[in-house]
Design a protein. Sequence first.
Length: 243
Amino acid sequence: MNVPENAFFHIHTFRCGHAAMVPDEAYVRKAIELHAGSIWFSDHAPFPGDPLHHMMSVTELDGYLETIHTLKHRYAGQIDVHAGLEIEYFPSFDRSGWYRQLKDDERIEFLMIGQHMAEIKPGHFSFEWDKERLARDEYRVLGEAVIAGIESGYFDFVAHPDRSFRAKRAWDDDMTALSRRIIGAAAKADIPLEKNKLSARMAYNFWPEFWRLLTPANRVITGLDAHSVEDMAERAFAGLPEI
Ligand SMILES: [Zn+2]
Ligand SMILES: [Zn+2]
């Protein structure tokens, strides 16, 4: 999937519970005002049973997709509006067919893997670990989940791959080895890796060492990870750190 220049990519909505309580239309109107060519909504996808809390609930998914599609038609000719989801890769939800169901839903134009936690055994997640364990092992389980997700074939983009290393404080050879595997998997699957402008503002979430390992076979996109209209407007024109 190609994201043209002048895209406002990676926009959240109020449904995830940690974004501004504004109508989705407010993002579209502001994007038009700022002369964006397209806007790509990728709110945090729900999981059946709603086991986690930083995402919309399953009952909100239809409303989300219907609203974005209404906006797509309402603003056609002024801006291209795209409906997608950002979602973790959890093996037990792959076995139960959830990703297949989302991918087959014609209203969902793209799925982006955004691995904020990993499933360490069925129904259990890495956020259950203590700080010490997270500092030592989180990047491995996040990175492995990203690789498994890319290889699953469900995803069109990888959000903030370098955020896997957020609990690390210094770059090391093991991080290089894991990064090369993520980068290689993305190249093989021809999936863009996202340089994320929210990560760029957070200590230890944006790693130039990761981006220096990219090869000519990799595609890159820039995402705003906006959780408010103000985020979107401000990050749209902000730069990224030097690589
Ligand atoms: Zn979020
Ligand atoms: Zn996001």
